[in-house]
Ligand binder design. Structure first.
Ligand code: ADP
Length: 472
């Protein structure tokens, strides 16, 4: 099959979160299965800064000269006015005010490029709201052209909380029929909702874990789109994200202090813990459990729960390291806590791939108290490094974590079921007890290291979904 893979983030070119990891790894897994993939992403400033070897293949379209994986081509859509900016979606002031025009331009350029470059895609695989105009334009503007008429679209929703909502006054910029701005189209509480239109216009919709696929059809998690999703119920499936096992691999990771395997992980992890403590200014002490966090500083990721629990947490014999970036009040609050508790609470408020790897490798536990979590990669990454996740029972965390049962001694993490600080602190205390039993804790770490979260199984499921789309 020929697949056009459209995303606003693709690792290693542009990343703010898990979307980039998925869109960097899934194409490689699909190519391994023999499919031909053409990836399209905007040519942001951070990509220009990478000084990649590119060839101009069309007006405003550049292609990577030699991509190391066979069957994969990477194309960048260039428009300096729109994309040569410090952020992907915004800056300290918030979202860029012209995001509608920026991603409309990207979506139309992708569709135009397919014909201009003679890429006869069977499937156009779109990801999140930034690409959601592609299925709409395809059906409304391109499908009468025989080049496009048999192309099918799949829209993957990585996080329903981000929908691409804009004032209705901007609708005319889209150049679409006025009657598409209605209940059965873009309209959402009087505004434009790009994701909603994408869901309606694409041939199939999926999300990134089976549990989240169920949750988003309910009022609690549907973010106002539950009705639209329920009316597409048959096509809303959940496919669990995978990990790039080569990139996230403690045996070969160049970004960590000491590489380690299942044979020497106790020693290896201790060395990484020591380096992490040193690098973040925490006292070096192997006996004290170290809890890491890497993620966007957002309400979704449980920052409020962590902040509310700080007084109790600081009474425990434990250390914490929080890495993340975000707007709003979280950075200042975290700085204040780290000043008050410099021996227990370290912060790293930067987007820094190297430090993230060091936290995955050097921590004993990984904190992931997400209020909701479409799939979550960090819990899988931490298991891959033998670091035990502590998670809330939601979304993809339910599909990947089995809570440790101290009687049967099975499970791969710790899960709390009620979103209260007492429950969160309680599960951390339970984890510390298990940490103190070196034999049991050693088995837990070893089981984590054995886990298989590679893309192999999920890539096959995507192929099945593509095949299904072709029958529609
Ligand atoms: P989400 O996509 O909701 O942000 P995921 O758990 O799916 O969350 O994926 C997060 C990805 O982003 C992981 O690869 C994580 O390591 C990475 N990440 C998040 N924040 C940072 C940061 N400040 N520095 C480096 N990597 C980060």
């Amino acid at each position: 099959m020929k697949i056009a893979f459209c995303s606003s983030e693709v690792f290693p070119y542009a990343k703010t979160g898990g979307l980039a990891d998925v869109c960097g790894a899934l194409p490689l897994a699909l190519a391994k299965l023999g499919h031909q993939i053409s990836i399209f992403l905007p040519h942001y400033k951070c990509i220009q800064d990478q000084k990649l070897k590119l060839t101009k293949v069309n007006e405003g379209v550049f292609k990577i000269d030699r991509f190391p994986t066979q069957n994969v081509d990477v194309y960048f859509i260039r428009h300096d006015g729109f994309f040569n900016r410090p952020g992907l979606y915004g800056d300290d002031q918030g979202d860029y005010p012209d995001n509608l025009e920026r991603f409309q331009f990207y979506c139309r350029s992708v569709l135009d490029s397919l014909k201009q470059l003679n890429i006869e895609a069977d499937i156009i695989h779109c990801h999140d709201w930034q690409t959601a105009l592609i299925p709409v334009y395809l059906k409304e503007k391109y499908q009468n052209d025989s080049f496009y008429s048999s192309m099918k679209t799949l829209l993957t929703v990585h996080n329903l909380a981000y929908q691409g909502i804009f004032p209705k006054e901007e609708y005319k910029k889209l150049g679409l029929r006025q009657d598409l701005f209605g209940l059965e189209g873009f309209e959402y509480f009087g505004k434009i909702n790009l994701l909603k239109a994408g869901i309606i216009f694409s041939d199939a919709v999926n999300t990134v874990s089976p549990q989240y696929a169920k949750e988003i059809q309910t009022h609690t998690f549907g973010c106002g789109l539950e009705g639209v999703l329920r009316s597409h119920q048959d096509s809303v499936v959940g496919i669990l994200n995978g990990l790039d096992h080569e990139f996230w691999n403690p045996e070969a990771d160049k970004l960590i202090e000491k590489k380690y395997s299942r044979e020497d992980f106790i020693k290896g992890k201790l060395e990484n813990k020591k380096a992490l403590e040193k690098n973040t200014g925490l006292p070096v002490d192997a006996r004290v459990p170290l809890f890491g966090f890497v993620g966007r500083l957002a309400h979704q990721k449980g920052l409020d729960l962590i902040l509310d629990s700080v007084e109790e947490l600081m009474r425990l014999e434990a250390q914490f390291i929080i890495q993340g970036t975000g707007n709003g009040e979280y950075p200042a609050k975290l700085k204040e806590i780290s000043k008050r508790f410099p021996r227990k609470f370290a912060i790293w408020l930067k987007f820094d791939e190297k430090m993230a790897h060091q936290i995955y490798a050097g921590s004993d536990f990984f904190l992931m108290p997400s209020l909701f979590e479409p799939c979550g990669l960090s819990q899988m990454i931490s298991l891959r490094y033998g670091t035990i996740p502590i998670v809330f029972k939601t979304g993809g965390l339910v599909d990947t974590i089995i809570s440790f049962d101290k009687n049967r001694k099975n499970g791969n993490g710790f899960m709390f079921e009620k979103y209260f600080k007492e429950d969160f602190v309680g599960i951390i205390k339970e984890a510390i007890q298990v940490f103190e039993n070196k034999k049991i804790f050693g088995h837990l770490m070893e089981d984590g290291l054995k886990a298989d979260f590679s893309w192999d199984k999920s890539a096959v499921k995507y192929v099945e979904l593509y095949e299904h789309c072709l029958t529609l």
